[in-house]
Design a protein around this ligand. Sequence first.
Ligand code: ACM
Length: 541
Amino acid sequence: MDVIPEPRHVAAHQDGYFAPGPATGLSAGDGTQGTERWLRATLGAATGLPLPPGEAGDDDVIRLSLDPAITAELGEEGYRLDVLPNGVRLAGGGPAGLFWGAQTLRQLLGPDAFRRAPLPGRRPRLPLTRIQDAPRFRWRGLMLDVARHFLPKDDVLRQLDLMAAHKLNVFHFHLTDDQGWRVEIERYPRLTEVGSWRTRTKSGHRASPLWDEKPHGGFYTQDDIREIVAYAAERHITVVPEIDVPGHSQAAITAYPELGNTDVIDTTALSVWDNWGISPNVLAPTDNTLRFYEGVFEEILGLFPSEFVHVGGDECLKDQWRQSPTAQARIAELGVADEDGLQSWFIGHFDTWLAERGRRLIGWDEILEGGLADKAAVSSWRGYQGGIAAARAGHDVVMCPEQHVYLDYRQDGGADEPVPIAYVRTLEDVYRFEPVPPELTPEEAGHVLGTQANVWTEVMEDRGRVDYQTFPRLSAFAEVAWSSLPAPAERDFAGFERRMATHYRRLDALGVAYRPPSGPLPWQRRPGVLGRPIEGPPPNR
Ligand code: ACM
């Protein structure tokens, strides 16, 4: 059956199949209408079957229900799937569990179920089985950077489909950075008018001598964002927006020069950054900046209902603050020790501001420096250490250490990787990633909400490149996040690879340009962009 991520418990009922046909009905109990809609649209298109409304007690029916006994045993995201000779019984602990069960059902139907139209002469059939399943973690995330390279809305929706197919449930949407501002903010139109386009782009990583001499940009209107959020919600995916402050803000400063350290540089001379790395042009720690970003976050809260709002907080270079009389005066006024204290004050302001509005702040692990409010959570990216410190201090943590789950990092040591940056992280490395470090006590480990793979797009200029870096490693990551795998050394990677043989055919049907197991295809190589692999650390983005 080769289900990925591997379910918790699979019992073959007996040999044989249930073959749905034109008369097979779909019976939707209370609370199951979302999955009913998704099944009819997705499996209906792939199989050509109409799946008319059916009665729960009928033969030849796919019956959907919610079951409190499953909630009690497996939680809201748990499900039980029975394929019987006369039909299918799919029950969820809650609507999310039911939807994840529908993803398993689709996989059982075979790779053709991932197409958008039926292939002539193919009859869908399901192996008789009983599956009981539930996730290990409640935060099973993918971060996508749409700032370094803009990904059109349709490609974002497709990414959400790919996440759903892997039972991933948090989409961390990195919307702003030095190289572009991607979300319409009505009260500050220049953020997208000016901040969403750059005149040229470094081709390859930041040491590359090459440039792509054409404008690059784009942004999502507020209606686009509402559509993305709704599309995600139908798939039980939460979209966590990231507005990165106070660093990684050159695009915003270009649009509104008063946001920068105007007593240090002429911020009116800045442009949306055309290079990679970490820009020294950071936000000024002024009341004006705070008020401006409160305005931004007000619109963000209106667009994104998620409990968590990500404020970035990473890699804020402090040189301008050291040189700025205004920043130094603020340090003195606040009585903080230094520029790190200023960053902590800046983040702390939005921590309180979000908490007052019923939301929770999450930021990259740099936000730990200088202390955090109780409810703030941390994305641990520079390794496990930030996450360990945060969990020990009682903060919730999402484990996404770059050494393991930065999918922009190359997946093979060969010189023919398309743009081979930083560490080599193979499919097997990702499969053996363990989100909960052994140093944590069980109580501290309870603060690990889950894990997330991060896709930074400096070297991914389009969807094909994103596919190549992301897959198949995201399939391995999904299993880490969902399945209850043994300790890393004991994981059955050979067994995973065997199941991947089937899963590659699903990805083929979906049109995913993954890295094939035997290395890049000729068209996936990028000769000339980079002569030789660059060793990490540090990252070369
Ligand atoms: C990061 O990679 N700067 C979070």
